[in-house]
Ligand binder design. Sequence first.
Ligand code: FPP
Length: 218
Amino acid sequence: MTSAEVPAHVAIIMDGNGRWAESRGLPRSKGHEMGEKALFDVVEGALEKGIRYLSVYAFSTENWSRPEEEVDFLLGFNRKLLRQRRDDMNERGVRIRRIGRREPVPDEVLDEFTAAEEATANNTRMDLMVCFNYGGRAELEDAAARGSIPEHLYAPDLPDVDLLIRTSGEKRLSNFLLWQSAYAELYFTETLWPYFDRHALWAALEDYAARHRRFGSL
Ligand code: FPP
């Protein structure tokens, strides 16, 4: 892979944590915990390849409809993970950024995001976009209410998605980065998220590098 073939912006729908756990007779929360390892291995793998933007779907606007116990777990889990990984990400030159609606995310979770954003604000090696209480339609509604859509997206500087990965065999966008993914190459794998790692990311990058992107022209 030459550097020209490395996508600038990779977006990932980290799906299959619950099924991974259920297939082992474990609580779904164990699947999310395993998913954390997968995510940070993928961050390392993305850094190694020089990916500039990595967007991950950590919590969607639809996830509030899960059982209260799981919602509470995910809120606390994300908060803990931001606190534990912040310094590590900072050392690696990763800038953490949250995108999504604030309401109705509890203040203590938003504050943890702010702390991570502030600690890593000057890093330029990679932006890790944590899509939290994020929904593509909500983003477009919020932007349109304020004026021109591209100027009012949650992160107007975020380039279009080059490669969108979804794990666990589901083949849907599920309201993720709708505007930014207009011309994204889509990559679906049967692998459940807890089994995904940097090597699986690199396999997706190889697949991407072999494609011909035409953006509507010939
Ligand atoms: C989808 O699996 C995964 C999630 C809802 C959460 C994934 C979040 C992380 C790994 C942490 C990211 C956090 C930060 C702060 C970067 P699922 O529960 O939908 O699995 P299923 O489809 O098998 O039920």
